[in-house]
Design a protein around this ligand. Structure first.
Ligand SMILES: [Zn+2]
Length: 300
């Protein structure tokens, strides 16, 4: 696939959540229905291997295009932050720590050869995010002793492993591919309708454009669970204690019943207690991987 359309969203905080869940789900379902005929026609030629699950999935992007898109997204985020007066990458000690963790986790991931980078934004936002191709963004608020999320290096590794898992699962470009397909289907239907009724055709295009805004910037709950599941094994194989992943979400659940609240990382995620429970079930297996890898993480 040649040219990549830059996504219409700016800062890709995992927290962007401006619309009710039910509405966006309903629209996504409508698009899935609309996209079905096109999907059936082109699916055999458009699928690619998901290296994490070993299954065939719909993704029109190559890995090189993932990285290219990630660089654009990162660049745009840096520009926006600079305009807002946020300093970037000005803490060499923290940067070295982040970059060491990312290097270790990336090395045991399914796509170790992607051009992983870390960018540190000096702002109180409590978040971390990843653009396709491995551009990881960390926001200083994550380390705030009161309002932040991480207390030690294992917990930081848990957050970064989750982000690296999103990159390996290629959640963003899978979403963009589904959206492109739905756009194509909408256009086909709208073109057919145009002869009969121009107003209906316009209405269809309008609905698509609105839904595109709702669906694109957000990972689904399924994506989040997958990133948690994949991430806990990545961190364990890299020598970080996987119990830290459970600890984070338990702590958050105590602070914020249901996992919603001022910690912005949570806003589009499943409830914290639910996540802690799901991760806890994986702990025995993850601990075996951790023991095999041998503990290498230092407490800071
Ligand atoms: Zn996530």
């Amino acid at each position: 696939m040649g040219k990549i359309a830059e996504p219409s969203f700016g800062i890709i905080l995992e927290s962007v959540n401006t619309q009710p869940d039910r509405a966006s789900r309903r629209l996504a379902q409508q698009f899935a229905l609309m996209a079905l005929p096109v999907l059936l026609l082109c699916a055999p030629g458009c699928t690619t291997l998901d290296v994490v699950t070993g299954k065939q999935v719909m993704n029109f992007y190559t890995l090189e295009e993932d990285s290219q898109l990630g660089r654009q997204v990162l660049h745009r985020n840096i520009e926006q932050m600079r305009k807002a007066g946020v300093a970037i990458n000005q803490d060499p000690v923290r940067l070295r720590q982040l970059s060491n963790i990312v290097t270790r986790i990336a090395a045991v991931s399914h796509l170790p050869d992607l051009p992983y980078t870390v960018t540190l934004f000096h702002t109180g936002i409590v978040n971390a995010a990843a653009a396709p191709g491995g551009a990881i963004m960390v926001f200083e608020g994550l380390f705030d002793p009161q309002k932040g999320l991480v207390r030690d290096e294992d917990e930081l590794a848990a957050v970064l492993a989750h982000e690296i898992a999103h990159v390996n699962c290629r959640h963003t470009t899978e979403r963009l591919s589904a959206l492109a397909l739905a756009g194509l289907a909408t256009e086909l239907i709208a073109s057919c309708a145009e002869n009969e009724d121009a107003e209906t055709a316009q209405a269809l295009r309008r609905v698509f454009n609105i839904a595109a805004l709702l669906v694109v910037p957000r990972y689904s709950r399924q994506d989040e669970y997958e990133a948690d599941r994949v991430g806990i094994f990545y961190m364990a194989r890299a020598g970080y204690d996987p119990r830290a992943a459970v600890r984070i979400w338990k702590r958050v659940a105590e602070k914020e019943p249901g996992g919603w609240g001022p910690l912005s990382i949570l806003a589009t995620h499943p409830g914290a207690a639910e996540r802690a429970r799901a991760l806890e079930k994986l702990l025995p297996e993850a601990m075996q991987e951790y023991e095999k890898a041998g503990r290498r993480a230092a407490v800071y």
